[in-house]
Design a protein around this ligand. Structure first.
Ligand code: EPS
Length: 389
């Protein structure tokens, strides 16, 4: 059975719940590291007041005993601290009272799932759509990805994320070893290594917020230590770059994805795109450059995976765009209570975790076994074969 997960839960409901199936037994989990990843997602200049209410932690309620996975499904819970303000509005049982008591939403916000979801599911209270479509759900995905990340780390695979640009402010490409990149970006309120760009990004976010607007950006994820041959060229849905692309665009507000130099490849001649193959005793086969972002033929080529995602500006605006009331069909401009002006730094953490998940899934497809020991033996055997090739 391949690795899979599902999440459930609403942004103002009691909790987010995730179930992971297909993890091997004897994976030692660091619980603090799981919550650390969740808290990284909550940070970043430009986040709104909701993040002052929440301090996310991952509680494991199944599949782990005495610090190790048992091979059973792993169940994870992330509580919503804000729920105490919403117990009546989000009650699973019917409640007394009209629209006000239910905080019924009948004014769809442009750029959100509100209107499409209302039409599709025939829901006259758009809260039923927005509660689930909220980016709060990415907390569950980070929890799940953080488990995958710990599995990868046991095999020397590391994941880092950083912000490439916010609005029109671009950071210089960080030419740093992965440990250093992780350390430097962790200290930055906008998750960039470039200090000059950091200052300009903060100023841009502040200005955007003052104007009642929001701003998006580009985030990048790098995965090092990946063995050659994850994914496959033989079938469309086994191409790992394609699976990663799907996962990236599935992150709330993501509208685009690039692998390696991505769209830049369309502007260059082939001689300046493809990465020459080299060989040395020490490194074996490797590449002179990594424009391909670690993929050829849908398979990893042993170079670091480099993936970028494009996040649109958050559509909840203090200065909202025109829309139409679903009760009256009349135009309106709504009042907004609370929003994030920029969630791009947080999105880089989400990107890391959805990519880690896809890599872990492909890793288990290749080296799969029911226990960590079996997987290690399979990996060692394969690496020997690659070294002798
Ligand atoms: C979100 C709206 C805001 C964000 C939320 C995503 O929440 P609220 O409507 O409660 O103010 O803070 O993000 C999170 C709660 C989170 O954990 O990321 C939205 O509409 O997507």
């Amino acid at each position: 059975m391949s690795l899979r997960y599902l999440t459930a839960g609403e942004t103002h409901g009691p909790q987010l719940t995730a179930i992971i199936e297909g993890l091997p037994s004897n994976l030692e989990l660091d619980f603090e590291a799981l919550s650390f990843q969740l808290q990284r997602r909550q940070k970043g200049h430009g986040r709104g007041r909701r993040m002052q209410i929440e301090t996310d932690t991952a509680q494991i309620v199944g599949g782990v005993r005495h610090g190790r996975t048992t091979g059973a499904p792993v169940a994870l819970v992330v509580e919503n601290k804000d729920w105490k303000h919403w117990t009546s509005v989000m009650n699973v049982e019917p409640i007394e009272g009209g629209d006000e008591a239910k905080r019924r939403v009948h004014r769809p916000r442009p750029g959100h799932a509100d209107l499409n979801g209302g039409l599709k599911y025939n829901l006259k209270d758009l809260r039923n759509v927005l509660e689930r479509s909220s980016a709060r759900e990415t907390a569950a995905r980070v929890a799940v990805g953080a488990v995958a990340r710990q599995l990868l780390e046991k095999f020397g695979i590391q994941v880092a994320g950083h912000v490439v640009s916010i609005g029109n402010v671009e950071a210089e490409a960080p030419n740093l070893p992965i440990d250093e990149l992780i350390r430097v970006t962790e200290e930055s309120p906008v998750r960039v290594a470039d200090k000059a760009a950091e200052q300009r990004m903060i100023e841009l976010i502040d200005k955007t917020k003052e104007e009642g607007d929001s701003i998006g950006g580009v985030v990048e994820c790098i995965v090092t230590g990946v063995p050659v041959g994850l994914g496959s060229h033989v079938q469309w849905d086994r191409k790992l770059d394609g699976r990663i692309a799907q996962a990236v665009v599935s992150i709330n507000a993501f509208k685009g994805v690039e692998i390696g130099i991505g769209f830049e490849a369309a502007r260059r001649p082939g001689s300046q795109v493809h990465d020459p193959i080299l060989y040395s005793e020490e490194k074996g086969y490797h590449r002179a450059s990594n424009n391909a972002g670690g993929f050829e033929g849908g398979m990893t080529n042993g170079e670091p995976i480099v993936v970028r995602g494009v996040m649109k500006p958050i559509p909840t605006l203090y200065k909202p765009l025109p829309s139409v009331d679903i009760d009256t069909k009349e135009p309106f401009t709504a009042q907004v209570e609370r929003s994030d002006a920029c969630a791009v730094p947080a999105a880089s953490v989400v990107l890391e975790h959805v990519v880690a998940w896809e890599v872990a899934k492909a890793f288990l497809e290749k080296f799969g076994g029911d226990s960590m020991e079996e997987i290690r033996a399979n990996l060692d055997n394969y690496l020997r074969q690659v070294a002798e090739y």
